[in-house]
Design a protein around this ligand. Structure first.
Ligand code: KG4
Ligand code: ZN
Length: 337
């Protein structure tokens, strides 16, 4: 089965074609980062309008570059949520309509299920069951994964998502949007012994996270410093260390509680090199295995949506002609395959 995948939940237009037999046939991404940079964050209306402009040309580009015709497509998968409703509606309307025109089934994919299954596109993919740490701009989730659609959320953030905390802290340090990668780069020059930030919610039982306090801690540390370039790098380093330590502690705890030996790390923050190193080390020390998507499939992309859609369409799932966009949607509400 050959599936067209469409991702438009936020500020990235992602297109891919996945074939159950040959694997990933082609993919392309158009990032709106430049469009939103001057506003310091994503402007939802501008995001929707840009998806409208870029979506069909990007589908044509992927078809042309991978020698695929519309008649090769056996199904369409689009991101149905969670995300910005206007942006979701663009991909959903285009995806559902193309499926109707081509006479093939369509399915609305959960964006976080896409992230969670992204490591399946790599060599030597993880096998079920596993623990997943999903860390993006909108989510911080620890999930026990029994199979496709069999998700139990063990931990969540009670305030800012981890990517959001990276972005907000970067912004108060005067770094350009999107802040996560910029802050991570700056932290490489920081002195790890200069400041020590708290490791929130690690001194009590449970698997939930809280990151908004770290941002305030960073702001106060910045205000009390001379605000030099070195101060900025040292604060970035202290912030990143605190976030990574916190995630390592919670992952260790979740692995212990579930008895699982495989950890999947996915979502935009999963591209963070030091987080990848620390979690790989943790799993190695326990005789287990950490699995990541390649960095470009950690952040939003069409390939993960094409793959997740293929899992569901190949199992016979499909939807009616209604166009569905669900801005708020729990992973636990998904049907098992
Ligand atoms: O998954 P994603 O592309 O979009 C959402 O679904 O939210 O994640 C984007 C988030 C942003 O907050 C971005 O700053 C963060 O992932 N991010 C990083 C890194 N690369 C992206 N955070 C820390 N270090 C990175 N290298
Ligand atoms: Zn995402």
């Amino acid at each position: 089965m050959v599936i067209l995948g469409i991702e438009t939940s936020c500020d990235e237009t992602g297109i891919a074609v996945y074939d159950g037999e040959r694997g990933l046939c082609g993919h392309a991404l158009y990032s709106q980062v430049e469009l939103h940079a001057r506003y310091g964050g994503v402007v939802p209306e501008l995001a929707s309008r840009d998806h409208v402009r870029k979506l069909l040309p990007l589908i044509k580009q992927v078809f042309d570059s991978s020698n695929i015709k519309s008649s090769d497509i056996d199904g369409v998968a689009y991101t149905a949520g969670p995300g910005l409703v206007g942006a979701l509606l663009v991909g959903a309307a285009a995806g559902r309509s193309l499926a109707w025109a081509w006479g093939v089934p369509a399915v609305g994919v959960h964006h976080m299920e896409g992230h969670l299954l992204a490591p399946m596109l790599e060599q030597d993919p993880p096998t079920f069951p596993f623990l997943a740490l999903l860390v993006s701009g909108g989510h911080t989730l620890l999930v026990e994964v029994g199979g496709i659609g069999r998700y139990r959320v063990l931990g969540d953030s009670i305030d800012d998502a981890v990517g959001e905390a990276f972005d907000k802290t970067a912004s108060l340090l005067g770094l350009p949007y999107p802040g996560g990668p910029a802050l991570a780069k700056l932290a490489l020059d920081g002195n790890p012994d200069r400041f020590r930030f708290p490791r929130p919610m690690t001194d009590r039982p449970g698997l939930d996270f809280s990151f908004s306090g770290l941002k305030t801690f960073a702001l106060n540390t910045w205000r009390n410093s001379e605000q030099s370039g070195q101060d900025r790098a040292d604060i970035a380093r202290a912030f990143e260390d605190a976030v990574i330590d916190t995630m390592v502690i919670k992952c260790r705890r979740a692995l212990q509680e579930t008895g699982l030996a495989t950890l999947v790390i996915a979502g935009g923050v999963g591209a963070n090199i030091r987080l990848r190193e620390r979690l790989s080390e943790l799993l190695r020390s326990q005789g287990g295995r950490a699995c990541f998507p390649r960095p470009e499939f950690c952040t939003d992309n069409g390939a993960m949506i094409a793959y997740a859609g293929w899992c569901r369409l190949a199992a016979g799932e499909s939807e009616g002609l209604g166009i569905r966009a669900t801005p708020r949607w729990s992973l636990e509400d998904l049907p098992a395959v």
